[in-house]
Design a protein around this ligand. Structure first.
Ligand code: ZN
Length: 267
């Protein structure tokens, strides 16, 4: 089994969206300057003996050409080269979208479910709680300002079959799905046990950055349920200890520079 990290470009945003209250004024320093930071966006390809599995899909390449509403282009502008488009990252691993029969999506936000239209032929595994929230949120009101981080066009895609996940389970030999709610009502993380390089944990947006992870853990700027969020971080930490695992921080620019990206792989 091989695990490839796909570099699908990056977003930029105010740091307060990533670490809640990152810039706070004080009596002696009332006018704090905001920080504008870079957030790499990764997808993960698992070349498994039973078939290739893709975990998360990055953002739609037309995001900044009107696929995203203006407010999200302003708050989370996407930067993506031609080489960083999902199909070209897959090509680095000798893989075409049609080779992938199983897709797992951590949650339905704009930087994780953006290329679903390439996988209409696939079985797609999503968190039931997040999928229900996303579908409801994009349909109650036509105004995209009410849709939060979900894009209606992403949610309109039909696939072979959506599978709504509620419990933790072994998805394939050596690949476990774990539920990490908090950032959104539901979120699917991945634990992958490799022969040579041990256990890798992908908590995606449950743990944006190493600063969020701590200890002590910090709240992210975007939280659906703060109590579940901290419980989920503790769950990641206990799995890290149990397996002496390597935790991959979803959107950490410094961390991203330290990992192997496709065509290199973990095995
Ligand atoms: Zn994200």
């Amino acid at each position: 089994m091989k695990v490839y990290i796909l570099d699908t470009g990056y977003l930029e945003t105010d740091k307060n969206n990533v670490v809640g209250g990152a810039t706070m004024g004080t009596y002696s320093n009332p006018h704090v300057k905001n920080e504008w930071i870079k957030l790499p966006v990764m997808a993960v390809l698992i070349d498994h003996p039973d078939g290739k599995i893709l975990y998360d899909l990055g953002s739609n390449p037309e995001a900044m050409n009107g696929y995203w509403p203006k407010n999200l282009q302003e708050v989370y502008p996407l930067y993506q080269t031609k080489e960083q488009r999902l199909e070209n990252q897959l090509a680095l691993c000798d893989t075409k979208p049609e080779d992938i029969k199983k897709v797992i999506i951590s949650h339905m936000h704009l930087d994780h479910a953006g290329n679903l239209d390439m996988f209409r032929h696939a079985d797609v595994y999503v968190s039931k709680a997040d999928f229900m929230q996303a579908q409801t949120q994009v349909r109650l009101n036509a105004d995209p300002l009410t849709h939060g981080g979900y894009i209606k066009a992403d949610l309109d895609v039909s696939v072979k079959q959506y599978h709504l996940v509620e419990d933790d389970f072994e998805f394939a030999k050596g690949v476990e799905i774990i539920n990490l709610p908090g950032h959104t009502p539901g979120l699917l993380g991945l634990v992958v046990h490799l022969e040579n390089e041990g256990t890798l944990i992908f908590p995606q947006d449950c743990v944006y950055t190493s600063e969020i992870y701590g200890p002590p853990a910090k709240p992210s700027g975007l939280l659906y349920d703060s109590l579940s969020f901290f419980k989920s971080i503790n769950k990641v930490r206990s799995l890290e200890k149990k397996y002496d695992a390597k935790v991959f921080f979803a959107h950490d620019d410094e961390f991203f520079k330290t990992i192997k990206v496709a065509p290199k792989y973990y095995k």
